[in-house]
Design a protein around this ligand. Structure first.
Ligand code: ADP
Ligand code: MG
Length: 601
């Protein structure tokens, strides 16, 4: 397994990472951003027209009718306002198109990556959650690419043009307008930057913990009801809520109160610096005789300060959008960093259907002790080998290594003399049928569930497999027989029934190697007899590795391998092992005692 190299990417900004996913749509994003900047500049033109109109009016005052250019300025203002909206619309079209494509690319690349991920990984990471995580996170990046970036670029363009305009009109009043913006941005930084960034991160982390604890709580509701408990028994959830409210208060009241007040004042009232500046400048303008120009300039900036407010509000939204995208990208990265199985470019073909463990050791990711250490045993083609041992001994783990749910940490698992890591994964999957503890039946018809093993199988073949798996009674009681969709119309199958459908699936697959885990774990006696029959059909003439809790089913195995704490402690036939007086003999004695208890009871 190889972890994806992320060192380089870690240093990239979120936008760079997103544009990386955009692929050929990157250009469209740039075009959208350029159009957004153009729209902003166009949007400023009406204000200049107002300035021109005011200047002309003042020049001819009080004889207003002599101001001939007013109508022209009006139309120019109108045209540039409409033009600005149209260009902004085009800009958003471009950025949206690019953003949707980027999200699609993220989903596609994520899925492509997950296809190479070992199946065992999905047991630890529920597949529904992964899909949600990828899907939701991809959607959350859309706002950044579609809106926020365009707004950030547009606002930057606006501030740059304002700087230029400052020299065209009155730089002192322009500076007063910009001062409001500077104060607002500075107060935003005061809330989110430096020392307070840590507080904000803590607050967000607490929110995360609380929502996770909430999910746990909802999952635990059946337990709460059964045991007559109250919400207060969910200490973790309660503590998470209390921790969140403490952190939220610490951040909002302790840090944000003053800067946010300053920020809102500066944003909403961008003229607060303009009016005092104008009052200071007015006497000088009167004296120098340039009072008309002064009034025109003041009119311009008074109206103009409104766009400063809008622009600042947009930056605020953009800031929160950027944070959202940042956490979304973190979640996407988690999926993209899932381990992948290495695929050999020159795969080996198995020579026969034997299975061999050669000094296999395996440690789960993050576990401190190995689940298997130095396990060696061999299953000849056509043999049935049973893995037994106390719970946690490593039976399931050993079985999962054969179809490459995980790759060994040390040693090798071989199928037909070829290391499973060197075989073609598709061929390997075709060669092995597995029925595991947590058989998943899909929310689909029984027929489709069985056919999942071999989609090209005919209906007749699927029916034959169901019959071989003793599913006749299940089909008979379902409203639409084999076409009944599981999970609808109140059709739920019992554990034992699900096992039999899963066995039918494995039978249809017709693979030469069969791996079975706890096939009889939750069967009632009636089901058990049927499962045993289905099981006999499935294993006929095949190589079988099976894990069974009822030792009666392993008595006839060609070989029994006893696993305890990840090591092979005994190996042999039932007769040999019962005579050896070891762990198996003790388990066998316990098992018989349990059975005789049941009979006497
Ligand atoms: P058995 O099937 O014999 O009961 P398992 O193979 O399920 O035993 O487990 C062997 C050991 O590996 C146990 O200590 C168990 O806690 C650990 N283990 C099993 N699955 C995982 C997993 N997904 N992640 C970490 N540890 C695991
Ligand atoms: Mg197990």
């Amino acid at each position: 397994m190889k972890e994806r190299e992320t060192m380089k990417e870690k240093k990239q900004s979120d936008v760079a990472v997103l544009l990386g996913y955009a692929g050929s749509y990157r250009g469209l994003t740039y075009l959208g951003l350029a159009l957004s900047a153009a729209a902003m500049v166009l949007g400023m033109l009406p204000y200049i027209c107002i300035w021109l109109a005011v200047r002309d009016l003042i020049a001819v005052a009080p004889d207003w009718t002599r101001a001939a250019g007013i109508e022209r300025y009006g139309w120019m203002a109108f045209a540039s306002a409409v033009g600005g909206i149209a260009v902004y619309f085009c800009a958003l079209m471009c950025t949206h198109l690019a953003a949707f494509r980027t999200a699609t690319n993220i989903r596609k690349q994520g899925m492509a990556h997950l296809m190479k991920t070992p199946l065992g990984w999905f047991n630890a990471n529920a597949s529904g959650l992964i899909r949600n995580r990828l899907d939701g996170a991809a959607a959350e990046t859309e706002t950044l690419l579609a809106h926020n970036l365009a707004d950030i670029v547009g606002t930057a363009a606006m501030f740059l043009s304002t700087l230029a305009l400052m020299f065209a009109f009155d730089w002192r009043m322009g500076a007063a307008c910009l001062l409001a913006a500077v104060v607002s941005v500075a107060s935003m930084f005061a809330m989110m930057g430096g020392r307070n960034a840590k507080l904000m991160a803590e607050y967000q982390a607490a929110q995360d913990v609380m929502s996770k604890a909430g999910t746990e709580y909802v999952r635990g509701i059946p337990v709460v009801k059964v045991f007559q408990q109250t919400v207060y028994s969910f200490k973790a959830f309660r503590e998470a809520i209390e921790d969140y409210s403490a952190k939220a208060e610490k951040y909002t009241v302790g840090v944000c109160r003053l800067p946010q007040a300053v920020n809102l004042t500066a944003t909403e009232g961008a003229f607060i610096f303009l009016v005092p500046a104008a009052l200071l400048l007015a006497p000088g303008a009167l004296q120098s005789g340039g009072f008309a120009a002064f009034v025109a300039n003041f009119a311009f900036y008074a109206v103009f300060s409104a766009i400063v407010s809008t622009a600042l509000a947009r930056i605020m939204f953009a800031a929160s959008g950027t944070m959202l995208a940042h956490t979304a990208l973190g979640r996407i990265e988690q999926v993209m960093n899932a381990p992948t199985l290495e695929i050999d470019p020159n795969p080996q073909a198995p020579k026969d259907n034997g299975v061999e463990f050669k000094d296999v050791s395996f440690t789960y990711d993050g576990a401190s002790v190995p689940a298997l250490s130095h396990v060696s045993f061999r299953v000849e083609p056509g043999q049935t080998v049973a893995l037994v041992g106390p719970s946690g001994g490593g039976k399931t783990t050993a079985a999962s290594l054969i179809p490459r749910f995980w790759d060994v940490t040390d040693g090798a698992v071989e199928v037909g003399g070829a290391d499973v890591r060197k075989t073609d994964p598709h061929a390997l999957m075709n060669d092995i049928a597995f029925v595991f503890q947590n058989n998943r039946l899909f929310k689909a018809s029984i027929l489709d569930n069985v056919r999942a093993a071999r989609p090209d199988a005919t209906r007749e073949e699927a029916m034959a497999a169901l019959e071989a798996a003793q599913c006749g009674d299940i089909l008979a009681k379902l409203p639409n027989g084999v076409d009944t969709v599981i999970g609808t119309e109140g059709t739920y199958l019992s554990g034992g029934e699900q096992q039999r459908v899963a066995l039918a699936r494995a039978i249809l697959k017709n693979a030469p190697i069969v791996v079975l885990d706890e096939a009889t774990a939750f069967a009632d006696p009636e089901n058990e007899a049927l499962i045993q029959k289905a099981f006999a059909k499935l294993t006929q003439g095949r190589t079988v590795v099976m894990i069974a809790h009822r030792l009666s089913t392993v008595v006839h195995a060609d070989k029994i391998v006893v696993l305890d704490a990840g090591r092979v402690v005994e190996e042999g036939t039932h007769d040999e092992l019962t005579k050896a007086n070891g762990l198996y003999a003790r388990m066998w004695a316990d098992y018989n005692r349990a059975v005789s208890w049941k009979i006497s009871a």
